[in-house]
Design a protein around this ligand. Sequence first.
Ligand code: HEC
Ligand code: HEC
Length: 417
Amino acid sequence: MRIALLAGVVAAALVVAACGGDNNNGQQQSASAPGAASAPSATPQLSLAAQVGAKMFFDKTLSGSGKISCATCHNPDFAYGPPNGLAVQLGGVDDNTPGVRAVPSLRYKEFTPPYSDLLDNPDGVTPPGPGGGFTWDGRANSLADQAKIPLLSTYEMANRSPDAVVNTLKAGPYAALFKQAFGENAFADSAKAFTMAMSALQSYQQEDPSFHPYTSKFDLLRHNRGNYLTPQEMHGLQLFNDENKGNCIACHLSGNAQGGSVAPFTDYSFEAVAPPRNMEIPANADPTHVDMGLCQAAATGHTPANSAKFCGMFKTPTLRNVATRQSFFHNGVFHTLRDVVEFYNKRDTNPELFYSKAADGSVNVYDDLPVQYQPNIDMTVPVVHTRGAAPSMTEQEVDDLVAFLGALTDDFQPPSK
Ligand code: HEC
Ligand code: HEC
C-alpha cells in the first residue's frame, strides 16, 4: 500500500495523458513499450521449452483423475481464470474435491518479484513491506516453483508424486519434444526431469503473448493510441485514483508515473482487506478452519506465532481482466464487481450489509479474521470508517468505478473509422 500523498499527482498525470490526444509525451511513452511493441498479428516463436509447457498446460493426463488440466481452472477464454462462478473449483482423484481458495488469473504475472517481508514498493514512496511471490499468500517464488503445487495437491491435479508426473510425460505423445527441448537423456534422472517440466510450464507462461496481451481500452489510452473510454468509464478512472473517493490506486498501482512501465494494477503488497467469511467454501463449515493467508504460509517461514502482524493479509491481485471473473477475493465471497466495490465503499459505514450476525442480532464485523488479528486490517479503503455515516462514494459513483474496471479487459477492438 502506498501513502496517499502521490495519488493526486498520479491522478493529474493520467488525466493529462487522457486529454493529451496524439501529442507524444516522450520518455514515458517509450518507457511503456511492451504492449505497443507487439504487433497483434506476429505470433512469436515459442522456445522448445515453452512449447512443451504449452502441451502440458492443456494435458489432462497430468491429473490423477485424468479429467483436469491447468486450463480447466485457468481457462484461456477467461483471462486464464476460472470459467464459472464457483468460489472454489473441484479437483482431486475423484475430480470432486473442493479447493479452499478462489482461482486467480494467470495474466500479467511476469513482473511478480519473489516474496520478501521487506519488498521495496514499486511506487517508490511507500516504505518496504511484505510483497511479491505467487499464490494468494506468496509462498512460491517463481512460476516453476508454483507449478509443483497444483500438480501434487490432493484437491487439484492430485498426482501421487513428482515421479508419477515424469512417468506420464515419458510415456506421452510429446516425449520426443521434451527430449528435443531438454536433451536426449532428459528422462534419465526423474528428479531433474521434473524440474525441467516445471521450467517448461514457466517458460510457456512467460513467453506466450496470450498471458500478457496489453490490449485493453486502458492500454490504448496509455499509449496515446486513442481514448475509447466512455465518459462514465473516464469518471470511474478519476474515482479510482481519488484518495477521497475510491483510492484504489493506493494498492492497485496503475499509472505510468509509478509502477514502472506496465501499469500492473497491483503493487504486489500484502494487505488485510477483511472480506466476509464465505460459507460456500465447504472447509468453512468447520468454524476452526480460518484462512489467514500470509501468516500461515509455512514455506516463507511464517506462522501465526512468529508473524501475527501478517495474519489476514493476502496478495493484492492485478485488476486487469477482473470483469471476466465471477467470484472475487481469495475466498470468492462476492460474485459481482458491483458487490466488491460496494464492500470497499461501505465496509465500515454499513458492515451489516456484508458480515454475519451474532445470536443477539449484533454484527460480527470482520467475521473471517480472529479478533486478536483485526488491528492488521487496512484502513486506507474504505475512506470513511464511521458506522452509519455517508460512505465516500454515491451509488452512481460506485457504478462509474465498476464501469472503469471493465475498461481493463483485454482484446478491445477499436471501431474502424
Ligand atoms: C483445480 C483448480 C486448479 C488447477 C487444475 C490448477 N490451478 Fe493454478 N491455482 C488454483 C488456485 C486455487 C490458486 C490459488 C492458490 C493459493 O493461493 O493457495 C492457483 C494459483 C496459481 C498460480 C499463482 C497465481 C498468482 O496470482 O500468484 C499459478 C501461476 C498457477 N496457479 C498455475 C497453474 C498451473 C501451471 C497449473 C497446471 C500445472 C495449475 N495452476 C492448475 C487452482 C488451480
Ligand atoms: C490497501 C490496499 C488496497 C486498496 C486500497 C484496494 N484494494 Fe482491492 N485488493 C487488495 C487486496 C489485498 C485484495 C485481495 C484481498 C483478499 O482476497 O483477501 C484485493 C482484491 C480486489 C478485488 C478482487 C480481485 C480478484 O481477482 O478477486 C477487486 C475487484 C478489487 N480489489 C478492487 C479494488 C477497488 C475497486 C478498490 C478501490 C475502491 C480497491 N480494490 C482498493 C488491496 C487493496
